[in-house]
Design a protein around this ligand. Structure first.
Ligand code: CA
Ligand code: CA
Ligand code: CA
Ligand code: CA
Length: 372
């Protein structure tokens, strides 16, 4: 009896201890096989004869503050950025115009069903900069996140430019302008299966792959407690900043990146979302779509991808439209005449895969797939 009693107590403590990191999150994180420490108690290693000797003290250690050594400061410089369509002008119409489900491009800062606009999820620009050992990401939003919202702001990084995200690094809407690791997560895809067989293109419903399968940092817990941080930008409450150690991504000098805001699904294990959900399940923010309004895939926005550390000339999967090639000046200008300076008209091309069903390309300066 005594042994059973202690076994029950230990089981309850274990369940409580495992539950603590999930508190405050709307969605329990997927399995955390790679997180260290996994749990203060490796209960499967305890011989049953020793259960009565278990000291409950280690459980309390999970509540001890994480001891930090280094934290971010200010970005020295912004090196690159990507802009994103605002849906503010369509808020009253409960719709957006720049959603490309088939291409993994989402413009869905709206609730499901009622299509209430959520300006704090509406990305307009994502900047990436550097400073010391840190990479800084600045998410520009149409509105400041109200206190207590559980929106996740993340950068997705494709280090080998194959269209498959390799890292997903983000923070739950931070409470203040002070850097914190609370609510900050770093996901990794260990076996390169994010995106299925056609990265960025919808293959839903696609099962049998594990997508982002390693949560290497969670709320300050991981091999390095200083891995990644988040805060409200001191310069504007409409901006969220995330900083992470450059070493986390192998100090990659060049990579592709895209920005995310997500208060709906928030499942790294379901990326790419357009492989997990069919369009009929996800719903659509496009007013003319048969799948309007939003359903399972709601309260989310992302950007097309752009480059860090290099100038792209190849249309990598998910890349924003490349600028038109610069006109070449005449090689043999007429004598006694200065070489003609070519007039360069800004323009942009549709995605190489096309705009998908029920939409067509709108050229410069809009550069997006619009519904019929
Ligand atoms: Ca947007
Ligand atoms: Ca990749
Ligand atoms: Ca895919
Ligand atoms: Ca994976």
């Amino acid at each position: 009896m005594k042994k059973n009693f202690f076994l029950m107590i230990i089981s309850m403590i274990f369940i409580l201890a495992c539950g603590l990191p999930m508190m405050g999150g709307a969605t329990p994180p997927p399995p955390m096989e790679e997180v260290q420490p996994i749990s203060p108690i490796q209960i499967e290693e305890l011989p049953t004869t020793a259960i009565s000797e278990i000291d409950p003290v280690p459980i309390e250690s999970t509540e001890n503050p994480v001891q930090h050594i280094a934290q971010p400061g200010e970005p020295n410089r912004i090196r690159t950025w990507v802009t994103d369509r605002s849906s503010a002008q369509y808020a009253s119409e409960h719709r957006s115009v720049a959603d490309g489900f088939d291409l993994n491009i989402f413009e869905r800062p709206f609730t499901a069903g009622e299509m209430q606009y959520q300006p704090y999820l509406d990305l307009t620009k994502v900047e990436v900069g550097e400073g010391g050992e840190w990479i800084y990401v600045v998410f520009h939003l149409e509105g400041n996140p109200p206190a207590g919202v559980e929106a996740f702001y993340a950068i997705e990084i494709d280090t080998d430019r194959d269209g498959r995200g390799d890292w997903l690094i983000g923070a739950m809407a931070p409470p203040s302008t002070t850097w914190t690791t609370d609510g900050v997560k770093v996901w990794h895809d260990s076996n390169n299966d994010v995106g299925g067989t056609m990265p960025m293109l919808s293959e839903a419903p696609l099962a049998g792959i594990n997508r982002y399968d390693e949560l290497i940092f969670d709320n300050g817990h991981g091999n390095d407690p200083d891995t990644a941080w988040g805060r409200i930008d001191p310069a504007s409450t409409q901006r969220i900043q995330v900083a992470f150690k450059h070493s986390v991504i192998g100090s990659a000098d060049t990579f592709l990146f895209g920005g995310w805001s997500d208060e709906g699904v928030k499942e790294a294990g379901w990326f790419d979302y357009n492989d997990h959900f069919t369009l009929a399940e996800a719903g659509s923010p496009l007013i003319n779509s048969n799948d309007y309004p939003l359903a399972a895939l709601f309260s989310v926005d992302n950007t097309c991808r752009w480059s860090y550390g290099f100038e792209p000339t190849t249309a990598y999967p998910g890349l924003c439209p490349l600028p038109e090639p610069t006109a070449i000046p005449p090689t043999s200008p007429p004598p006694d005449e200065s070489p003609a300076i070519p007039e360069i008209s800004p323009s942009c091309d549709p995605p190489p895969q096309g705009c998908g069903e029920n939409s067509s390309w709108v050229g410069y300066p809009d550069c997006y797939c619009a519904p019929y």
